[in-house]
Design a protein around this ligand. Structure first.
Ligand SMILES: [Cu+2]
Length: 125
């Protein structure tokens, strides 16, 4: 009898852990992986999520940008970055946050009516 209770208890625990999938982090400050600041960005009509990115000067920043729908672009002109993000695909962009300030980024592939409002800011502290 005790074994059955214990087995049921363990099954319940496993079930609970299996169901609690941690939500995807969409924090504009990302997380560190081997001294590289990794930030996941979702691109969808018509925004980037997160659309505010905050890093520190000197950091190597890796942006992993994933299109949730159609083709988009990602340009960060102050850092000479301009990449295409094909429909449903993801691209990785790496750069060094070499200067302080707030720099705009924007979508560079026409993705529909709200395309011109698809933008955000990178702040380097
Ligand atoms: Cu666009």
């Amino acid at each position: 009898m005790r074994k059955i209770i214990l087995a049921t208890f363990l099954a319940a625990i496993i079930f609970i852990f299996g169901c609690t999938k941690s939500p995807e982090i969409l924090d504009g400050s990302g997380k560190f992986d081997d001294n590289v600041r990794v930030i996941n960005i979702k691109a969808s009509r018509f925004n980037f999520e997160p659309n505010t990115i905050i890093v520190n000067k000197g950091e190597v920043v890796r942006l992993i940008i994933k299109s949730q729908d159609v083709a988009h672009g990602f340009a960060l002109p102050d850092f000479n970055i301009n990449e295409q993000v094909p429909a449903g695909k993801q691209v990785t962009i790496e750069f060094t946050a070499s200067k302080q300030g707030t720099f705009p980024f924007l979508c560079t592939v026409y993705c529909g009516e709200g395309h011109s409002s698809m933008k955000g800011d990178l702040t380097v502290k």
